[in-house]
Ligand binder design. Sequence first.
Ligand SMILES: Nc1nc2c(ncn2[C@@H]2O[C@H](COP(=O)(O)OP(=O)(O)OP(=O)(O)O)[C@@H](O)[C@H]2O)c(=O)[nH]1
Ligand SMILES: [Mg+2]
Length: 294
Amino acid sequence: MHSGLVSVVGRPNVGKSSLVNALVGRKVSIVSHKPQTTRHRIQGVVHRPEGQIVFVDTPGLHLGGKRTLNQVMNDAAVGALADVDVVLFVVEAGRWTDEDAAVLTRLARLQTPVGLVVNKIDRIADKATLLPLLAELSARHPFAFVVPLSAIKRQNLDPLLTELMARMPEGPPLYPEEMVVGYDDAFGLAELIREKLVRNLHQELPYATTVGIESFEQEGRLDRVHAVIWVEREGQKGIVVGEKGEQLRKIGEAARREWERQQGRKLYLKLWCKVRENWSDDMRSLQQFGIGGD
Ligand SMILES: Nc1nc2c(ncn2[C@@H]2O[C@H](COP(=O)(O)OP(=O)(O)OP(=O)(O)O)[C@@H](O)[C@H]2O)c(=O)[nH]1
Ligand SMILES: [Mg+2]
């Protein structure tokens, strides 16, 4: 048996979470078209007859953003670089930014092998441009391997798994076979609610929101949950709740539907919106919400 840990890093929005979901074959980590969606290190496990790979999805490493939340997210990503067997550096095909360069500068110092994933190749209309593009990226660093793929279209995932499996050390599985995600139900549901929130709210508001689970009770096949969407100011509450509570209902409904499909259980979800002044710039609040400090 072979088994090991693979960190998935890169700037926001390149498709790290989409990649982990595609590799594991289920939603492990929430996804949205807005940058800075992932806020935690999130583990998803691929089980194969020849071995086990534990993927660690991370928050997008970003420049700028002065709030404590930004710092805590970047720290969580950097923290995932230590004690892993391979680091996967994910970039977007055809788009290289200062943030990508900053991530690579960090990775260049590591002793750990770094493999490059060039994601979103489905967006490259003229496939003839792909080869020079890969050559250009390969020249930036002596990567252990380079794999172009599409997480969304599930193109070229197997070659990546082959590269990774070849680098997993010998050893017993790290997790039991039935374990696919490295977190509990309460965390999974809070994240799912946050995904619906991020997808339904516009512009900057998602950055001012987080989700906490107040209580989570299981009665047979029914989950009874009280959850709170936290915002930073009274004015934001109105937007999250919406006219006659319409928006909040929509978010709760979308989360419930997906949870029930994913878990094969019923969900009774009570969803509230509350204000915690300036929570994203306050370490104590962040820790109370389970963000950072791990
Ligand atoms: N066309 C295309 N879009 C993709 C692909 N993979 C991801 N995306 C899209 O890219 C956006 C960001 O995806 P995420 O997986 O949330 O990106 P991330 O790197 O985890 O982002 P952060 O968590 O914010 O750091 C979403 O709109 C995805 O649907 C792909 O292979 N092709
Ligand atoms: Mg993500």
